[in-house]
Design a protein around this ligand. Structure first.
Ligand code: PEP
Length: 251
């Protein structure tokens, strides 16, 4: 039985004041203990969130890290070892905004994935196709290649200590959501790809869906057999909405 996970990606949002408000809102939520919950603020706000959510069962993660796990001379970057020291439990790797807007390659993503694990943290690997790729019938090939880039270099067993998020790029921040059936098809393909090398890893790994998840569509998505929760962007900035999504994952 896989424990559902709901992860809130706060992206490049927040001031000390708005983060304090969000923390207060989250503290008021009834959050199901059966669901693992994590939020990913900017690195500037990680300490504030850890402090503000003490005693609440919400973990804190980072949105990215350097390819090198060890701190050193790399202006502007943050090493996974520093994130671990700061109290982060997880790190997003390969978010489509980084792949497409910042030119992050599969090779970068693999190095970041390895860096995160080498520091004892959990990588949350994001994969997903653009609208153009979906319309060309390439969804499974694109997602399969993104997943294979990690498996080929690091082996399938690394997914025993990782989470995967399927996030169709066309559904991110657009208000468009993949239908539960569309998402399930890709989630099942991800699990099948892992199962070729390890049925045990394939059955145990959590595969989240991300792309305009909200309280209104969460239960339907999370009800699919291979969807183990969600990676939530915009809706995670509203504590009541995020709380409702977490409760949908627990029902
Ligand atoms: C995301 O950025 O990971 C995401 C899923 O965003 P949104 O929920 O806003 O579509």
């Amino acid at each position: 039985m896989r424990r559902p996970l709901v992860a809130g990606n706060w992206k490049m949002h927040g001031t000390r004041a708005s983060v304090a408000e969000l923390i207060n809102g989250l503290r008021k939520q009834v959050l199901p203990v059966s669901v693992e919950i994590a939020v990913f603020p900017t690195c500037l706000h990680v300490a504030q969130v850890l402090d503000g959510l003490q005693g609440v069962h919400v973990e804190v993660g980072a949105q990215d890290c350097a390819v090198d796990p060890v701190q050193g001379a790399l202006t502007g970057e943050i090493a996974a070892s520093q994130l671990q020291d700061a109290g982060c439990a997880m790190v997003l790797v390969g978010h489509s905004e980084r792949r497409l807007l910042l030119g992050e390659t599969d090779a970068d993503v693999v190095r970041k994935f390895a860096a995160v694990q080498s520091c004892g943290l959990i990588p949350l690997l994001c994969v997903g196709e653009t609208l153009e790729q979906r319309e060309a019938g390439k969804t499974l090939a694109v997602v399969g290649a993104q997943l294979a880039s990690v498996i080929d270099v690091l082996g399938v067993d690394v997914f025993a200590r990782a989470v995967i998020a399927y996030e169709p790029v066309w559904a991110i921040g657009s208000g468009l959501t993949a239908s539960p059936e569309q998402a399930q098809q890709v989630h099942a393909a991800i699990r099948a790809q892992l199962a070729v090398q390890s049925v045990e890893v394939a059955c145990a790994v959590r595969v989240l869906y991300g792309g305009s998840v909200k309280a209104a569509n969460a239960a339907e998505l999370f009800g699919m057999p291979d969807i183990d929760g969600g990676l939530v962007g915009g809706a995670s900035l509203n504590a009541d909405e995020f709380g409702a999504i977490c409760r949908a994952a627990g029902s």
